[in-house]
Design a protein. Structure first.
Length: 226
């Protein structure tokens, strides 16, 4: 039944793209902080920055997610995901051009990535409800299937990317290895975002429905936000 629905595959691409962006960025970020912009060590050992930057990302994502219902009602889910993608690409591009001398700017770019994560990940999960529809009792298969594809894509990507000397070298990296860490940490989340956005833009996905109160006799009506 599910495999005959085009929306099943479309939403799978969106969901997996959003999850790959969030998970791959989180896995590769510590390597970028330690080896590319050199925020990984200080006099007392491991730097607090290795925890602070992810904390900023997660805080931005949490705050953004708390306001999503308002944003959906104003502009819809497609536009929310597109805006999230724009924030994410700006943050990733900023991290790509960062040098050691300006490494403190990573905190500001982390805010952009956090906002993006809150927008795209929550929207990707939200779109699954359009596949399940009124078949909610059988929706466990959809979540399980999407989760399986997500784990295979993310796990495979991380395995192949980190299966190199740049990620396993305990000493000082060569310039080529530093470039490899920088390029992979930026390109994989960026490609994931773009793929998810293209899937939403070029395929018909129902928009967010706002439930409005009409009167006492007809308490609710649904309007669609485009």
């Amino acid at each position: 039944m599910w495999f005959k629905m085009p929306s099943f595959y479309i939403c799978c691409i969106v969901y997996v793209g959003c999850r790959a962006f969030n998970n791959c960025f989180g896995v590769l970020l510590p390597f970028y902080l330690a080896d590319v912009i050199e925020l990984g060590d200080d006099a007392s050992g491991i730097s607090f920055n290795l925890a602070l930057v992810p904390l900023i990302v997660y805080a931005g994502a949490s705050l953004t997610s708390s306001k999503l219902s308002i944003l959906y009602s104003l502009i819809g889910r497609k536009k929310a995901l597109v805006i999230g993608t724009m924030f994410g690409l700006v943050g990733l591009l900023g991290m790509y051009v960062l040098s050691v001398e300006y490494s403190h700017l990573v905190y500001y770019f982390a805010v952009f990535v956090g906002i993006s994560s809150g927008l795209v990940l929550s929207t990707g999960v939200n779109l699954i409800t359009e596949v399940i529809g009124d078949k909610g009792k059988k929706g466990a298969f959809v979540y399980g299937f999407y989760g399986l594809i997500d784990k295979c894509v993310v796990g495979g990507s991380v395995y192949f990317v980190t299966h190199s000397g740049a990620y396993s070298n305990d000493g000082e990296l060569t310039p080529d290895e530093v470039s490899y860490v920088r390029n992979t940490m930026i390109s994989i989340p960026a490609i994931s975002l773009i793929v998810a956005t293209v899937a939403v833009l070029f395929f018909k996905v129902p928009e967010y429905k706002v439930v409005e109160k009409v009167d006492n006799d007809e308490p609710f009506s649904e309007t669609e936000v485009s």
